[in-house]
Design a binder for this molecule. Structure first.
Ligand code: ADP
Ligand code: MG
Length: 225
């Protein structure tokens, strides 16, 4: 399946690099490249395993969400910061769009950040050369919209519902060229509904895509941040 491919590929690379270092025939600069390769592939493997375990907890009904009062702007900014700390995000400027005022939301900081990171990861990997990616938060009545927008190829209308199903990937040239197990959007969907919200995708093929997580705004709490 796609999952076993996603796990085996980095593991095979790690073993290959390790063998090249240990057989003693490579020079120091080659060895350095091998070590870098081992680090990169091990990181990939770690991300895949974490995601698989997270999905396992979700499917088993064991993923409990905290309900902390949160500033949506903080979630957006922290997700961008984490993304910039990852290999793919290192050099990519990302526009942050925060409307004012933004009501607080109630939820699980880690889960919401992780959901935005999944969307950012997709925006990065499915968008071509000149990537323009924005992430933001906006208030719409009693709802707070967290969104990620890209200028990639977009998603055909008939696929827009199915992409949130577990393991589903659009069967086109782009998605075949890009690696993935098809779990990211299923996780995003679980996080949104687990917070009493929903997901939305707005895309016209060829003109990019905007993925949103719509969450109920928190009531007037005593402890307004
Ligand atoms: N920003 C995007 N632009 C174009 N297609 C996308 C985007 N995000 C997701 N998709 C499509 O939706 C599918 C499911 O996404 P996801 O669940 O994150 O799985 P994965 O990224 O592992 O393939 C992808 O395989 C891709 O076909
Ligand atoms: Mg994904």
């Amino acid at each position: 399946s796609k999952i076993s491919h996603e796990l085996r590929t980095p593991l095979t690379s790690i073993l290959m690099f390790a063998e090249m270092v240990s057989d003693g025939h490579s020079d120091p600069s080659e060895q350095e490249l091998c070590i870098e390769g081992i680090q990169r592939e091990a990181y990939r493997l770690q991300v895949q395993i974490e995601r698989l375990l997270e999905w396992g907890r979700m499917e088993a009904g064991q993923r409990r969400y905290e309900r902390t009062r949160l500033d949506p702007g903080d979630i957006v900014e922290e997700a961008v910061e984490v993304f910039h700390g990852t290999a793919p995000g290192r050099d990519l400027p990302i526009a942050v769009e925060l409307s004012h005022p933004l009501p607080a939301i109630e939820g699980d900081r880690d889960a919401l950040e992780d959901a935005l990171l999944n969307l950012l990861g997709n925006a990065f990997k499915y968008t071509g050369e000149e990537k323009r990616i924005a992430v933001g938060a906006a208030a719409e009545g009693d709802v707070v919209r967290l969104y990620v927008r890209d200028n990639g190829p977009g998603i055909p209308r008939r696929e827009q519902r199915r992409i949130f199903q577990k393991f589903y990937r659009v069967d086109d040239r782009l998605s075949r060229a890009v690696e993935g197990a098809g779990l990211g959007l299923a996780i995003v969907h679980h996080v949104a509904t687990g917070h009493g919200g929903r997901v939305e995708v707005d895309s016209e093929p060829g003109r990019g895509a905007t993925f949103s997580i719509l969450l109920p705004a928190a009531g007037e709490g005593e402890d307004t941040p």
